[in-house]
Design a protein around this ligand. Structure first.
Ligand code: ZN
Length: 598
């Protein structure tokens, strides 16, 4: 259908939308979505349109407006003048309009869509995927239901979205408001579509892309995850939920919505047990968000400001606690065993303890500064930051253990989640950091001001052993006589050359003047690669001085570096050699299996 022959669906009998978006993609390989906004009965002299600069769930200003082109506005045959008032702000002069009762403003534009991620838009010859924030304008001063009609380029392409479809209007959907439109991703193409039930509610799994995903194995496991999470929160707060899965070469990510989640996972990441386990963690994580963050929201995210950053110190709870549960839930669902679970904890403790930034940036600040730090990593990030996902997950572990130990497993972090749901989530009233502390304290039955001060607002090391010991566990590191003297760099090969990617602040390499970006050439006159580095250092002792040859800003340099004592590179959670019966009981109460099984 060409533009000239478009019939505005608002003129068809049956519906009279005030705001109607039509999305076509006549040449999907051009990566251009063609969008027309029909606005009926608009009576003000000026029409302001704004495109969000970010989308909820992904805390980075992404400037979606940079992909917009070919903007125009008209009413009937008459072109309407317009101008830009800001990077994401278009203003149309509508005062010249002859105000007939059926006058309709048409705004047309194209949106370039070639970034395949869960929070951007992607259109090519195989499919179209978009997020509302990256495609649809917000109309200032107009809060009404929004109709969306998709016109696929091929008859065999189908449209899948969590939005309800209008009966008798092909591929037309209704969003009750703009927030709902932004919260409803669209998948358009020949994706596989599976329908299944869980707890009497209908669910869909849409899969785009080729790979070794096996729905006959995946769907029963997703059903188990739904069941376990519903049990925790006391039911499912929806009638229909969509899992949207993109299989790609190396993507790994998810974006939560109220009635859906978008997942991106490596196309061949489903056979090996560890990879499959991590996929089910991704499912558990995004699904958990339908409560924690989509409905149990920090007050700062209660009303989204689509024009700028929305700051909150509580992402450690929204993302970190969700990350703790993404490890717990598949274990409870029987998808992996206790060894996989404890192994997973060990890996996360390793990531925390090998990130020097944990001693620099408090967890609350990591959350607040997500916009400029976590989503914008650079060569110094490891020295100055700690992820609120990672540390938030491990702080949640400590809180869970603390509550369980005090209450003999009769209470746990589950009760915190349930209380947060009942007090804030169900009614969708945003919570403040103080209210969150209150709930955790009331469940724990103790004052946690010091805990918060040290581990959330401060940078004190997390005392894992103190919290694990009552459960018959401890953390061990890999330090032994074989350990390598410490240099403090990470090296990566690129096109046959070895580049230093990270230099640990205060470590020997940093003190000697090595910088990220330097090209590593040799140690003591002999070429060394990233792969050989660790082995080569085994020939030295702490206190020895090596001479390292590097290209630094194209200059050949020989730098003497005095190696220091080894530092651990791996941590594991292991059972105590002799656990008491109370410890064994605590462990079994926490994880439902005997300590002797690990
Ligand atoms: Zn998340």
């Amino acid at each position: 259908m060409t533009e000239a022959t478009l019939t505005h669906p608002g003129q068809q009998p049956g519906i009279t939308p005030a705001i109607h978006y039509q999305v076509t993609m006549p040449q999907p390989e051009s990566h251009l979505f063609e969008v027309t906004l029909y606005l009926k009965d608009y009576i003000l002299p000026i029409l302001d349109l704004k495109l969000p600069v970010w989308t909820p769930g992904s805390y980075l200003v992404r400037e979606y407006a940079k992909h917009l082109q070919d903007f125009s506005a008209q009413s009937g045959e008459e072109l309407l003048p317009w101008r830009k008032l800001g990077k994401n702000h278009w203003q149309i002069e509508t005062f010249a309009l002859d105000k007939k009762p059926d006058s309709t403003i048409e705004v047309r534009y194209r949106m370039f869509a070639a970034e395949l991620s869960v929070r951007t838009n992607h259109l090519d010859a195989t499919h179209g995927y978009f997020n509302g924030a990256a495609l649809f304008f917000r109309i200032l001063g107009v809060e009404q239901p929004i109709y969306v009609t998709i016109m696929p380029p091929h008859p065999e392409w189908r449209v899948t979205t969590p939005l309800p479809a209008l009966p008798e209007q092909p591929n037309t959907f209704l969003a009750s408001d703009y927030d709902t439109l932004v919260d409803s991703p669209f998948e358009i193409g020949c994706h596989q579509l599976y329908q299944f039930a869980a707890l009497g509610k209908s669910h869909e799994l849409a899969i785009w892309g080729q790979g070794n995903a096996d729905p006959t194995r995946m769907i029963p496991d997703i059903q188990k995850i739904i069941q376990v999470e519903a049990e925790l929160f006391g039911g499912l707060p929806y009638d229909r939920y969509l899992f949207l899965l993109h299989l790609s070469s190396q993507g790994n990510g998810g974006l939560e919505h109220k009635y859906a989640c978008s997942l991106n996972y490596p196309r061949f990441g489903f056979r090996a047990q560890d990879k499959y386990g991590r996929f089910m963690q991704l499912v558990a994580h995004e699904f958990f968000h339908l409560w924690n963050v989509k409905r149990i929201r920090p007050q700062a995210l209660e009303v989204f400001d689509y024009d700028q950053e929305n700051y909150t110190a509580s992402l450690w709870f929204s993302e970190g606690t969700t990350s703790y549960y993404d490890l717990v839930i598949p274990f409870r669902a029987g998808i992996y065993d206790v060894k996989f679970f404890l192994n997973g904890l060990g890996k996360e403790i390793t990531r925390l303890q090998t990130t020097p930034g944990r001693r620099v940036q408090p967890l609350s600040e990591s959350s607040f500064d997500a916009w400029i730090k976590l989503y914008r990593p650079d060569a110094n990030s490891g020295n100055s930051q700690i992820s609120y996902y990672l540390k938030g997950e491990l702080v949640s572990l400590l809180l869970d253990l603390l509550i369980r130990e005090r209450h003999g497993n009769a209470c746990s972090l589950d009760n915190v989640m349930l209380t947060m749901w009942q007090q804030f989530g169900q009614a969708e009233i945003g919570f403040t950091p103080e209210q969150l502390l209150d709930v955790i304290e009331s469940v724990a039955g103790m004052n946690l001001a010091d805990f918060f001060k040290l581990y959330i607002y401060g940078t004190e090391e997390l005392p894992f052993d103190q919290y694990l010991e009552p459960f018959g566990l401890r953390v061990v590191s890999d330090l032994d006589e074989e350990s390598v003297p410490h240099l403090g760099i990470k090296v990566q090969a690129e096109n046959g050359r070895e580049f230093i990617k990270f230099v640990e602040a205060g470590a020997p390499a940093s003190a000697a003047g090595i910088d990220p970006g330097d090209e590593l050439l040799a140690i003591d006159g002999i070429r060394v690669t990233a792969q050989q580095l660790s082995d080569r250092l085994k020939d030295y002792q702490p206190g020895d001085t090596i001479q390292m040859a590097v290209f630094h800003q194209d200059e050949l340099r020989y730098l003497p570096i005095t190696l220091s004592a080894p530092s651990p590179s791996r941590y594991q959670v292991v059972p105590l050699e002799q656990a008491s019966s109370v410890q064994q009981q605590n462990f079994a109460g926490w994880l439902g299996v005997s300590l002797t099984t690990i």
